[in-house]
Design a protein around this ligand. Sequence first.
Ligand code: GDP
Ligand code: IMO
Ligand code: MG
Length: 428
Amino acid sequence: MVQGVVIIGVQWGDEGKGKIVDYYAASADLVARFQGGNNAGHTLVVEGKQTILHLIPSGILQNSTCLIGSGVVVDPDNFLTEIGVLKKMGIPNLENRIFLSDRCHLILDYHKHLDAARENRKGGKIGTTKRGIGPAYEDRASRRGLRIADLFNESVFEAKLKENWDEKNFLLKEFYGVETVSMDQFMTKYREIARQLKPFIRDVAQILHDEVSAGKKVLYEGAQGVLLDMDYGTYPYVTSSHTLPSQAALGTATRLPKDTLFVGIMKAYSTRVGEGPFPTELNDAMGQRLRDTGHEFGATTGRPRRCGWLDLVAVRYALRVSGIKNLAVTKADVLSGLKELKVCTSYQLDGKKLETLPADTSLLSRATPVYETFEGWGEDLSQLHSANSIPNALKNYLRFIEDFTGSKINLVSTGAGREAVIDIQKAF
Ligand code: GDP
Ligand code: IMO
Ligand code: MG
């Protein structure tokens, strides 16, 4: 029996982490986010009803206590909007179940303006979610950031804000040529936000420390995916945080429980939103088939996701750099009905075989995939719940993934709903 489970995406995000966290959270006392912000879009489907969470941990529809650790950047507008949605859904007792670290950095309006201004400028586009994630993490690193604790020290908040405001305004107006809002308006708004945030703010690290010491079960919920990690992803087409499992400890300021299981969430094919290399991308009818059947549209921005065959070179790399040995495979049902499937097992570049991801991302953009072909399966997977019932062709596909990546598949997800799982080896 493990006490901790860390969930990480091992592709370019949107692997189905929200669904798996919601499923595992039935057995967890606490669920903690530890990096990223509301660039995440985690979808939960319970009794046919879809809920998309951007910042609040995906344990909120179960009974878990939900923590937002100091590694997360928090857009207070988004946080309060999400709280409003959950209240409307009738989820009770939110103030006693959602705790926000006072050390989280704030995403303020100028971060969002800057993110959008950079994206809208010609050249150098990353395809960000325009949620201000990059600029907020930049301010944290350059020690200009404002943190949640600062909201309750008005003179400090105002002085720090003024410094930032002047600098950001200059950039926005003079360099990017966009209009901004006045600081007075901004101060009035943030006083009100401080008042509304107050009931949720806690020393999250202390809570987690005490709960782990008391033997409580914790689920750590990663956002994005390893291939979007700031250092180990396809830089610069990445997000601005670390998405690796080691960030779970850092972003909550706690030691992970001694018995912790690390589970990589992997879609049975590949998708990517935004710019950047994607060797197995399919710009054809098959790509469209995957997008249509898999409903591959961004949960945060609504952008169509780029779709392609499973890239096991990329997944094997992601598992290696994150030290993960266990997988949950999602969206196997989306592949049902295809005669044959392809899996990328190496790349060709300038006449040479490439078996891992190069640091120079421009090389990856030129690499072409080398595929192995697999027989497809026609069965509807939605009613299957035991490992024995998995069709043989899918078994072969899964076995190949295990052998190629040197990992074990603990769970296969066969639909968007909470109950659509084949739980081969229980997590908690
Ligand atoms: P996340 O960001 O990793 O949580 O993933 P998203 O929620 O952004 O995207 C995953 C999408 O696939 C959502 O619409 C989910 O409801 C859906 N989904 C998750 N698992 C499955 C599955 O096994 N089969 C199908 N058909 N849909 C799934
Ligand atoms: P979840 O948690 C997929 C992508 C953006 C862009 C790049 C940088 O739902 O899996 P950012 O706004 O972070 O500066 O954008 O990262 N991106 C995601 N792609 N899923 C996500 O989160 C993502 N969060 C960011 O599309 O390419
Ligand atoms: Mg998502």
